[in-house]
Design a protein around this ligand. Structure first.
Ligand code: ARG
Length: 461
């Protein structure tokens, strides 16, 4: 047991208590951030004359050595330390002797851990964003290639009106684009530095907090030391953004599962992203989509759990806060894994375009357009709605699509119909006449695609 705080104690910690309290098994994850934070702190202490330049250099060299040895695997981070902070300090003192004991001057583990977690998640916010960008690129490619791929659009999972595959994918493009913008907002708000807040009330040393904030790439120091050590809002926001990303992925997965079903056959998931059954040789299951849908629950759970943990915590630091780590780490790993796998699955999926077209043709998705045809020939919409309703009933009874009826059949129900009805209700006409902003018509879609192209290029820089 290696502890930083034995001085005022007369007894050893109970083994179970020690283990219950320790965080090394998970906070080892931010060993690099912990050491980067310490190095910035030490540079600042020397600049302020609190450490000598020799002490600074010795400590920096020591920490650098520990970092390299950890990364190369030479120095394993073992459970004999209470947390990652103790691990670094103990190893530093081992390596460089007394100078190492000055590392923690003007600092507490409370501002240290607040810093480490912020540095770690700051990088992860950017990584999550990068993965979403890749997903958007795949979606963009599908959109570009499918402005003329007609499929049924659904409401209540009932065929409603014809749309295109580009249009359907575009809806998800919008969702993931919003997710990225949420991450950006979070980054902007979280990027302030808690280091120098001490245990809760700052310190009596003349620290230069602006300097450490700048060294670590923050916009500036956090302005209230109590808040600095106890704020976890950014984790709530990040978990909430991740829960939303998962919700979007899960909806998309649900559609893919439906589309991949034997009944729909709108898509075929690539063999590399499907699994078989141990008993039924014919099966090819959409397990990856189901797992992503399933894992959504974990991320929601993390958000609810952290909100609940935080709601009763008085200012400032309390040990409850240690519970933020495993939840957030698990959510981050889950989300990153899901976005990456989903992107691969989508990139290799095969769209069965004929099936989609056929399905749109045979689901009366052009019924609204048939009614609009009558309206354009002077029939009031409510009457037109009734006439087409009767036509649909007739079609169902005779197992036909609207397009398959003869002109006589049309005119038997309403004499307003002329030979141009076929053109008016063709799938292509139905889609391409929908040209308002955001609609599936080819021209409207192409304007949006240009907008997305500029968005994706703009984000290069
Ligand atoms: N492991 C602790 C955490 O994750 C580090 C801070 C410890 N501070 C303290 N006063 N015990 O929150």
């Amino acid at each position: 047991m290696a502890q930083l705080w034995g001085g005022r104690f007369t007894k050893e910690t109970d083994q179970l208590v020690y283990r219950f309290n320790a965080s090394i098994s998970f906070d080892r994850k931010f060993y690099r951030q912990d050491m980067e934070g310490s190095m910035a702190h030490v540079r600042m202490l020397a600049k302020q004359g609190i450490l000598t330049e020799q002490e600074r250099d010795k400590i920096l060299e020591g920490i650098q050595g520990i970092l390299e040895d950890v990364e190369s695997g030479k120095l394993p981070i073992t459970d004999q330390y209470e947390d990652i902070h103790s691990f670094v300090e103990a190893n530093l003192i081992d390596r460089i002797g007394d100078a190492g004991k000055k590392l923690h001057t003007g600092r507490s583990r409370n501002d240290q851990v607040a810093l480490d977690m912020r540095l770690y998640t700051r990088d992860e916010v950017l990584e999550t964003d990068g993965l979403l960008k890749k997903l958007l690129n795949v979606l963009f490619g599908i959109m570009e290639r499918n402005t003329e791929t007609i499929m049924p659009g659904f409401t209540h999972l009932q065929k409603a009106q014809p749309i295109t595959l580009a249009h359907h994918m575009g809806a998800y493009f919008e969702m993931f684009k919003r997710d990225r913008s949420r991450l950006k907002d979070i980054y902007e708000r979280m990027n302030y530095c808690p280091l120098g807040a001490g245990a809760l009330a700052g310190t009596t040393y003349p620290l230069d907090r602006e300097y450490t904030a700048e060294l670590l790439g923050f916009y500036g120091p956090m302005l209230n030391s109590m808040d600095a050590v106890s704020d976890r809002d950014y984790l709530i926001e990040y978990l909430s953004a991740m829960a939303t990303i998962m919700m979007h992925l899960s909806r998309f997965c649900e559609e893919i599962i439906i589309w991949n079903s034997n009944e729909y056959r709108f898509v075929e998931i690539d063999d590399a992203y499907s699994t078989g059954s141990s008993i039924m040789p014919q099966k090819k299951n959409p397990d990856i989509a189901e797992l992503v849908r399933g894992k959504t629950g974990r991320v929601y759970g993390a958000l609810t759990s952290l909100l609940t943990t935080l709601k009763g915590i008085p200012l400032a630091y309390n040990k409850d806060m240690q519970e933020d780590k495993e939840l957030v780490f698990d959510a981050i790993d889950t989300v990153k894994g899901c976005v990456a796998l989903f992107t691969g699955m989508l990139d290799t999926i095969r769209f069965c375009k004929e099936r989609m077209n056929d399905s749109a043709r045979h689901g009366f998705t052009n019924a609204t357009d048939a009614a609009d045809y009558l309206v354009n020939h002077g029939v009031p919409f409510r009457d037109a709605h009734g006439i087409v309703g009767r036509l649909v009933l007739y079609c169902i009874e005779h197992q036909k699509a609207l397009d398959d009826l003869s002109l006589e059949e049309y005119r038997a129900i309403s004499p307003v119909f002329e030979g141009d009805i076929y053109e008016a209700i063709s799938m292509e006409t139905c889609v391409n006449r929908r040209l308002t902003v955001g609609a599936p018509g080819k021209e409207a879609m192409e304007t949006v695609i240009e907008n997305y192209r500029a968005y994706l290029q703009d984000q290069e820089g």
